[in-house]
Design a protein around this ligand. Sequence first.
Ligand code: NI
Length: 177
Amino acid sequence: MAVKRVLKMGEPLLLARAAEVKAFDTRELQDLLQDMRDTMAAERGAGLAAPQIGVSLRVVIFGFEANERYPDAPAVPYTVLINPRLTPLGTETEEGWEGCLSVPGLRGVVPRYKRLRYEGFDEFGRPIIRSVEDFHARVVQHEVDHLDGILYPTRIVDLRRFGYTEVLFPAAPPGDD
Ligand code: NI
């Protein structure tokens, strides 16, 4: 399959609500996931949502052993999550820096629920239910937001903590973000 172009903020499709996946374990879904994996690897992302490569379906992937874009983040298991539902566990929120392959070159501080449960399906239609916290919870919230047409800059509370990665984090590895 292929590395796809990542849509950037301003493209209407990134603001759309993506459609539920109706059929699992299909060639189309496997092809989409391969494109997503190839694209995420090429861009060194921590996660990717299908709308970011122009496919308006409720499919996200995320996970890494170690991510050079987020060197302090603990490993998150590689996950395919389809038709996800998130349930916050408690009301506690936590602030943290986020970037997005669709908003290249920028970072901002975003409040997210600290703990949540997520439910959904893998590519074979097998159910996934996990309770997670901290960076894992943050990544899931960021990716699932993409399925509802939400980009992280709209969640920034204090816009003074939003800026260029090369300025905010001069030691960060070069790249789109
Ligand atoms: Ni993103």
